[in-house]
Write a protein that binds this ligand. Structure first.
Ligand code: NDP
Length: 484
């Protein structure tokens, strides 16, 4: 692919190969230099503002709706709506039937978050010393818009392993608490996670005005709602190492993801005396995704969440509430509907899930390898082909970068998202066709990743200017080659 398409394009668009003659300073063929500007110039239009306000108002109710639908209506999403429509139930009666906040759940959640903070801050990574190929310990992030480079202690894999070791030690040996503890406190825990989600978003919002970590990386748009939702500070920290983005993105939500699924499996065992193959499939496919995330946590420092998004309600509340409750809907559904799949169905879901994972990982790996080695690598056995780019940070300094157009990155601009979507569809299909609820995830992921793709491209266009236009001319499709 890269050999043919990209070589022709190389000539027409002034692209570079590793050993080819690179342009001296990012000035393009025939071009007067035109640097992309990055990071500073956000203006909030009415459309974005309406979206922000809608999300702030609706997102907590969406989470409540799905969890309540399982708790009160056996995971039917249409029945509560029909009952409200026909007058059989009212919003108030649904609300009052939902389990309320409990001090037991508050203690569980406080212990959980404190333990994750302890593992994050107090246990330096030793996993990178004993696991070949794993990158952990102190690592550097990407350039921030102000031109800074932050350091991070990467110890997520170690935290995940310790946490899960203790979980299994408890389940099979100590019996301090039931492995169904998460499922048994699920709605009371929803209130606790909301308290933390709002507290952390509000704290970082106020902190940005009063004592920001890196003032030159703050982004004030002039609109309070937008600032609260999308964040002001880029990398809020307490002390040298407690980084809000890294902590809240990965733990407590993603470490919890696999534990939540295990708790659902334990509940199935308790209720029906067996764990169905669909539950095993969901646990397995999502565990691969979670483990991949922690194995590649250092790579994660170079993804959009860490190197482009500011930390606000979108990340703070989203990581505390949205992720643990809505990313685990399949397992929750299977507690209420213990689906036993045919061997053929299992095989199809497994193949789709693993193929999606392969595409997701391989595409991400190609970009990471290319960027890490500054193009001194091979992609599918050939020297990489790329576009040389130039951009400037807020301090006015000029930087160089490269956009890969070999391998998966020459086929479409975001095949890593496509792989993610295939995996997401596999989780949903593992639940059979009985109800709509488990399929919410693929609908949500499609909206998230298409929107993310457009948002990222908008940002890349302002960062790289006409270099980005040249890149999109060579790789015209986003997610599906030939279609979109
Ligand atoms: P990417 O890893 O695709 O990163 C996009 C950035 O990569 C761009 O902003 C640009 O950054 C750089 N880039 C774009 N094109 C190229 C190119 N051709 N060559 C080199 N660099 C390029 O996106 P994300 O960070 O959003 O996602 C990372 C992974 O995480 C994805 O696989 C995604 O599916 C997954 N994800 C999962 C989510 C979930 O909820 N499950 C949510 C979000 C992401 P630069 O400024 O450095 O040039």
């Amino acid at each position: 692919m890269e050999g043919r398409g990209a070589t022709a394009a190389t000539k027409s668009a002034g692209l570079n190969k590793r050993h080819g003659k690179a342009s001296s300073n990012g000035v393009r063929a025939g071009g007067k230099e035109e640097l992309g500007k990055w990071g500073r110039a956000w203006e909030v239009d009415w459309f974005s503002l309406m979206g922000v306000i809608l999300l702030l108002c609706l997102a907590p109710f969406i989470v409540f709706f799905f969890i309540m639908a399982c708790d009160q209506y056996q995971c039917s999403v249409t029945q509560p709506l029909l009952e409200v429509y026909s007058g059989k139930a009212t919003l108030m009666s649904i609300w009052t039937r939902a389990p309320s906040f409990s001090w037991t759940s508050a203690k569980i959640y406080a212990a959980w978050v404190s333990f994750q903070v302890f593992l994050y801050v107090c246990v330096p990574d030793i996993a990178h010393k004993v696991l070949p190929g794993y990158v952990g310990g102190v690592q550097e992030g990407a350039h921030t818009p102000a031109g800074l480079i932050n350091k991070y202690e990467i110890n997520g894999l170690q935290s995940w392993i310790i946490t899960h070791f203790l979980w299994f030690a408890n389940a099979y040996y100590f019996n301090w608490f039931s492995p169904t503890i998460i499922f048994d406190n699920w709605i009371p825990l929803l209130w606790c996670t909301n308290i933390l989600g709002y507290a952390v978003s509000t704290f970082t919002f106020v902190k940005a005005y009063l004592f920001p970590t890196n003032p030159e990386d703050c982004k004030f748009t002039g609109n309070l709602f937008y600032n609260y939702m999308m964040g002001i500070e880029f990398n809020p920290r307490i002390g040298k190492w407690f980084d809000f983005k890294l902590f809240f993105n990965g733990r407590p939500g993603i470490v919890a993801w696999t534990l939540i699924n295990l708790s659902y499996a334990a509940k199935q065992q308790e209720l029906y005396g067996e764990v169905t193959n669909s539950m095993v499939l969901v646990n397995l496919l999502q565990a691969i995704y979670v483990l991949d995330f922690f194995w590649n946590e250092a790579w994660y420092l170079k993804t959009i969440d860490i190197c482009h998004d500011h930390f606000g309600w979108y990340l703070g509340w989203g990581d505390c509430v949205w992720l643990p409750f809505l990313y685990t809907l399949q397992g929750l559904y299977l507690v209420y509907h213990p689906v036993q799949l045919s061997t053929m169905h299992v095989a199809v879901v497994l193949i789709l899930g693993l193929a999606g994972y392969y595409l997701f990982r391989a595409a991400n790996h190609q970009k990471d390898l290319f960027r890490r080695t500054n193009g001194n690598c091979t992609i599918w056995g050939h020297d990489p082909v790329y576009v040389e780019c130039t951009y400037s940070s807020a301090d006015g300094k000029k930087h160089h970068s490269k956009l890969l157009i070999s391998g998966f990155w020459g086929m479409a601009r975001h095949l890593n998202y496509t792989g993610d979507l295939m995996g997401s569809l596999a989780y949903c299909l593992a639940c059979g066709g009985g109800h709509l609820l488990p399929y919410f995830y693929i609908v949500y992921m499609t909206i998230l990743l298409v929107h993310r793709c457009i948002r990222d491209e908008h940002r890349c266009h302002s960062k790289y200017g006409k270099d980005w236009t040249r890149y999109t001319a060579v790789v015209p499709y986003r997610l599906l080659p030939g279609i979109f």
